[in-house]
Structure formats: C-alpha cells, structure tokens
Design a protein around this ligand. Sequence first.
Ligand code: SF4
Length: 354
Amino acid sequence: MQASGETTSPPVPVDTAASTALLAWYDAHARRLPWRRLPGEARQEPYRVWLSEVMLQQTTVAAVGPYFAKFLERWPKVQDLAAADDADVMAAWAGLGYYARARNLLACAREVARLGAFPDTEAGLRALPGLGDYTAAAVAAIAFDQRAVVVDANVERVVARLFAIHDPLPGARPAIRVATDRITPDARAGDFAQGMMDLGATVCTVKAPRCLLCPLRPHCAAFAQGAPERLPVKAAKKAKPVRKGRAFWIERAGAVLLVQREGRGMLGGMRALPDDGWSAKGDGSGVPARGEWRSGGVVRHGFTHFDLELQLMLCAAPELASLPAGEWWPVSDIEAAGLPTVFAKAARLALAER
Ligand code: SF4
C-alpha cells in the first residue's frame, strides 16, 4: 500500500500492458490447486474445471478441496456423475451448502452426457442447466482457452482498484465488467483469468493489499490515489430477517426417522429431519406424530437471505400409526446420512440431549 503523503506518478495506461504484466506474474506465482493445470501444462479437462467452479461458488478453496477429491474418486467422468443417484450426489454434497448447486450439477451432467461432451464455446456452455455468466466464462476460458471475460469476487476487487471505480457494489458491476473486458487478452484468457483470481487472493487482498509486490502497481489508479483498500465500495447491507421453525428427532430402537425434502425449495432433495416448514412462530404448537415430546434446545444457522432459529423437539416413544413417511436411519451412523449443515447441527444437539 502507498505510504501516506508519498507522491506518485500517474498510473501507466492499462490494457495490454496490464495483461502482459499479470501473465508474467502468473507464470512465476500460480497457486497449485487440485483442479488446476499450471502455465505450460496441457489444458485441464472441462469436467474438472466445471466441477471445481461450481463448488467454489460462495465457498473457500480450503473447503472445496476434499469435496473435489471425493467427487472425482466416486464419479471420475461426467458420464459417471450423470448416471449417479440423486440421493447419493445430494448426500456427497452435504456440508458444502447452497444445495441448489448440487441439483444443477446433476442436471448439467445429464445434459452434457446427452450431448456427448461439454460445448466448447461460452454461449454453448451458458445454455447448459445451472451455468450462469460467470461459470460459462470461466470454463470457456480455462478449459477451452476461449477469450471470455471472467469476473469473480477477487477479480472484481482487483479491477475496481486498478481503474479506481468508486461507485458502490453491486451497482458498479457493469462498469467493472467493461473494465475487465478492456484488459482481457485475446490469447491465454484462461491463464489471465486464473492469474487475476490468484492476485486477488494473495496480493490484492481485501484488507491489506500488498501493492509493493503487485505486478499491476504501475497501472493502478487506486494505488496512485492512495488508500486502495477502501475499494471496492460496498452498499450497506440490510439486516437479515430471522425465521423460526421446529425440527423433530423421532427415535425408535436405535434409529431416527429421516425424510427426503421435497422439490426444488430450500435444501430440496436432501435427506433431513422432519420439520414444520420454518414458518411457525415458535409457539410450541403442532408435532408430526403422537408421543411424548420434549424440547432439545435451539439450533441457529445463517442462510444467504435469512437466519434460522430451529427449535429441536425430541420424541423417544412415537405412536407408529401416526408417523410421517420416511426412513429409519441408525443413530450410530448418523454422520453417513449426508444431512445438510443445519440438520447435522440439530442431530449433534439431539445426540447430546437424548
Ligand atoms: Fe495494490 Fe495491485 Fe491491488 Fe492496485 S491492483 S491496489 S497495486 S495490490
């Protein structure tokens, strides 16, 4: 970062000079990641690029690593994933969050298997189920070396600083995309995209950018202005609403009743504890089966658009005739059920309380 009071020359114009500097830096500093081929190596398989990009949405590199390895071991090719049972894939995804991604992953794998291969253009990729602008551009650039404008959160930050874009996010996104387009080279677009991501992750970091190590410093308008860490500006976040609900731990003969959640709603298709739809006011009314019930405490979990307070109710002697449909899962093997995080928390609380 620029020292306060230090005078600097105006930044050198960007465009090709910036991409050349960035690519030279990437050649020397590319991070080794399980899904990546380094500069000069043969291009990575589209399946692996796509799988990693879907997993990395809203999720850290460290968290994705074990899941990426597990998926590849179990489903080495996109055709294998396309042929998998939905429940197996949803269970393997459990813990990564944002479960709509897993449903889209399966839909996309099945469409690619039907087509015979991944499309090799950004437009063709964008037409696949669940592939948004970012993922289509990233796969086109990284797997097929097509020129595509790839903007993730790291790139967004680097470009907002490089061009000193002071408009707050998310409104500044169109301007950031135009600016990224300006500096995206015709050749090595995949390396360029990965280099920008690496620069954002390791040098142009959120709180303390290491400008003295940065290959883009001669071009960087925010560095020239001082205090680049103030960019990008983010619009103030609204407080998240709190929803309340109840989840039910119904146990019999060493097994707990699990249900498969319906459809495409929250956590749709996932194995879970029965619950009340999370629209209750937490007033203690209504249980899904007759029996002796007691409170097991409260589980709190943050989703993207709301926070959830889930009252856990325990029943150890349900009346069989009144039970909802589901499967009895051995309590001793509950970790293998692939419960999404909120229900895994509830299960841990139940095990401590029973
Ligand atoms: Fe500093 Fe480089 Fe980020 Fe500019 S792009 S703020 S010089 S780290």
